[in-house]
Design a protein around this ligand. Structure first.
Ligand code: UT7
Length: 323
């Protein structure tokens, strides 16, 4: 027997407003054809004035709790990954906590942009296994529409808003076949800060700022880093790509997903793809895709699932779990 963080349930939430490529092309110099061919994106959801990172995160958390068969009071740890918090402080995790009516638990945000969910899962997994908490809500939630330059066609067509959440529980399980997180691997390389960043912030300009990206360079690094961290996390769990039932990758660009899968010799059918409907939702993309594939019946109990992401910093990481 061994102690692991077991995935009890998942949930997600999307803003009401869905914006297609054709609608975007009415105000931005772009086309449905260009966006689909270069990225695979067909639509994204955009938050309205009454929707925020914490409101989407709360809705996703409620859905995850219902799937897990738990009440908010059963949770003693909330880790929320976001690069678009409601405010500079307090942590949006504490807003989710208040919305759920949990009066006392550990709650904090993690900032690792698109890899934020992998960072949050790793932190929560270590806290659960170390005995600092028993049941955790791990959430990725973003409202990137608020930090997009809607006049920059090279970035504004790529991103969307949303939230995904999972519930993890510390359990004693069978070492060979038991469920739970088997390994995590994280990386960061701050030499690449200038390739993907926001040109504002409380300690520099005092403004919120807008997202800036050198897309081609990010693309190149993404394929190399993601395939290498996937190999690394599988090796850490003494597994090979042949053991993997599903890869749930960060949804930035269908071409990155295809190139990474090819490099690893993974069939496209084993890669969950939601970028067509959600676009790049940063820290929300992995839990959103995971929830989609669990709810539509693709991922079933016992499956071996790999999560991976790469984002600004650069930061990147992967986790492997048995569902
Ligand atoms: O989540 C964090 C990780 N982020 C990513 O992984 C993003 C990685 N990068 C990418 O996904 C791709 O590099 C992009 C989708 C951002 C761009 O695709 P690309 O194939 O690298 O295109 P490009 O930047 O080389 O641009 C090709 C052409 C340019 O025109 P010229 O210079 O060839 O005349 C762009 O100006 O496409 C033009 N272009 C557009 N045209 C229509 C750029 N954006 C658009 C647009 N609509 N929205």
């Amino acid at each position: 027997m061994t102690i692991r963080s077991v995935l009890l349930g998942t949930g997600s939430a999307l803003p009401v407003r869905r914006v297609t490529n054709a609608e975007l092309a009415e105000t931005v110099d772009t086309s449905d054809e260009w966006i689909v061919e270069r990225t695979g994106i067909r639509a994204r959801h955009v938050a309205g004035d009454d929707e925020t990172t914490s409101s989407l995160a709360t809705a996703a958390a409620r859905n995850a709790l219902a799937a897990a068969g738990l009440e908010p009071g059963d949770i003693d740890l909330i880790v929320l990954a976001t690069a678009t918090p409601d405010q500079t402080f307090p942590a949006s995790a504490t807003k989710v906590q208040a919305n759920l009516g949990i009066n006392d638990c550990v709650a904090f945000d993690v900032a690792a942009v698109c890899s934020g969910f992998l960072y949050a899962v790793t932190v929560a997994d270590n806290m659960l296994r170390g005995g600092a908490a028993r049941r955790a809500l791990v959430i990725g939630a973003e409202t990137f529409s608020r930090i997009l330059d809607w006049e920059d066609r090279t970035t504004c067509v790529l991103f969307g808003d949303g939230a995904g959440a999972i519930v993890l529980e510390r359990q004693e399980v069978d070492e060979a076949n038991g469920a739970g997180i088997l390994a995590n691997r994280l990386h960061a390389d701050g030499r690449h800060n200038e390739l993907l960043y926001v040109d504002g912030g409380p300690s520099t300009t005092g403004t919120v700022g807008k997202l800036r990206m050198r897309g081609q360079e990010v693309f190149r690094h993404a394929v190399v880093n993601l395939s290498s961290v996937l190999r690394e996390v599988l090796e850490a769990a003494s597994l090979s790509t042949a053991d993997v039932d599903w890869v749930v990758p960060h949804q930035a660009n269908a071409r990155i997903l295809d190139a990474t899968a090819r490099k690893l010799g993974l069939e496209r059918e084993r890669v969950v793809m939601t970028v067509d409907q959600h676009a790049n939702t940063s820290a929300a993309s992995v839990p959103l895709a995971l929830d989609t594939a669990i709810r539509d019946g693709r991922i079933v109990r016992g499956d071996l699932v790999v999560l991976e992401a790469m984002g600004g910093g650069f930061t990147w990481g992967a986790s492997v779990l048995r569902y």
